[in-house]
Design a protein around this ligand. Sequence first.
Ligand code: ZN
Length: 247
Amino acid sequence: MRYAVISDLHSNLEALQAAVGDAREAGAEAFVCLGDVVGYGADPAALIAWVRRHCEVVIAGNHDWAAIGETDTSYFNPAAAAAAAWTRAQLAPDEAAYLAGLPVTARLGDAFLVHATPYQPTAWHYILDLRSAAFNFSHFVEPLCFLGHSHVPGIFLFDEDRRRVRAEPGGVLELKPSAPPNRRAIVNVGSVGQPRDGDPAASYALYDTVEGRVELRRVAYDVAAAAEKILAAGLPAFLAERLAAGY
Ligand code: ZN
């Protein structure tokens, strides 16, 4: 099975459509979402409808919880807090109920799925470096973990024998048959709707369970259209500006 693993969609319909188109062209047969369906962007209803209809698995992110009052937003920056309040006001009761019912972790084949970190999934910590990645390898048992949350795509490899973690710079992970034994991986699939690594293109991962391969992909989309919708909705201008810069 070839999955497209998407995360941090953030109510950005233009970015989602571009990522989905690319994934289908690349042979994706099913979609999996790692949370933050809503928050920041202008199309929460369309994004919720899409994941409900098309995703085989959807787990909750902190912005999904923020939109239904399930998590404290006092640590959010002002623009994020304003977007959470705006999103909450847009949600129909059944959309809020759908978000409330999402699990916080799941399994997909050989992979553990979580929005933020395997350690304390609902504390919404970040994995941003080798040290935080190394710590988290002891908090899941599967060979592979997919996550998002930081909006920065990347692959961390853990050599169980040497107890060493390193980053895989290429964006491609070969799981078998030539992969070294006792090697596990954390794959941050990045963000579809609000990338923060300096590249505005939508980010997601293809996961082929038969070929044993994970590939991080980038897809350009109509950033200006998404930004205009954010401004038209009366959301903070900063949320529109950051899309073009990818931060
Ligand atoms: Zn996010």
